[in-house]
Ligand binder design. Sequence first.
Ligand code: MN3
Length: 248
Amino acid sequence: MKSRRTFIKTAGLVSLWGTISPALAQSGKALVTQTAVLGAEEIGFTQQALAYSYPALEPAIDALTMEIHYTKHAAGYTKNLADACAIENIDISKVKLTELLGRISMYAAKMRNNAGGHYNHEFFWRSLAPVRGGQTNKPSGQLMEAIRTQFGSFENFQTQFSDAARNRFGSGWAWLVKTADGKLKVGSTPNQDNPLMDLTDLKGVPLLGLDVWEHAYYLKYQNKRPDYIAACWSLFNWEVVERRYMIA
Ligand code: MN3
């Protein structure tokens, strides 16, 4: 995760973009996408260990779903991301994943699917924590103030986020993002796209993401996606989301 100091330094670089990278500065798109990733949580190219055990998220998410999701689905995206980087001749010691996502339209579909898939899952695991307080699990501080200001109440925000997750047709993700103008926004993306990508409708720094692919819930919930979404409110790690909000 970027510190505020790093963020300010990077922001300074962008304001001097023309003198630092004339080639990229010729493209307004490059400038926009570069700006879009500022303050976003950085995630490496390898799969990190979970901060909790597979059964730790029960009863909301069962142990078998967690194990398969992490060791098969998510691990698959990580492996295929490495393959995609090799194909595209990308030296992962020299590029940040958020930068790659910010110009994802330049690459093949294999890169889009797996860079997104890897980032989204690593981001998702960090957004969850063993159940604490059940339905009283809520943010606090400046994030809660911003939610109340923009959505009217935490409950209104919950409704909008849950609707975004429920109404995403097929596979995808629901998101809470901080937009370039500092506002909170709820939306969703298809497949493994995310709001850091230069080709999505929803753009911003991701603060919270919810996986609504069937592989995330089918063993326990089958066709009942709304029940899975409702249960996940007990798992969101608001300390992490608040930190993302303050840095973004
Ligand atoms: Mn998944």
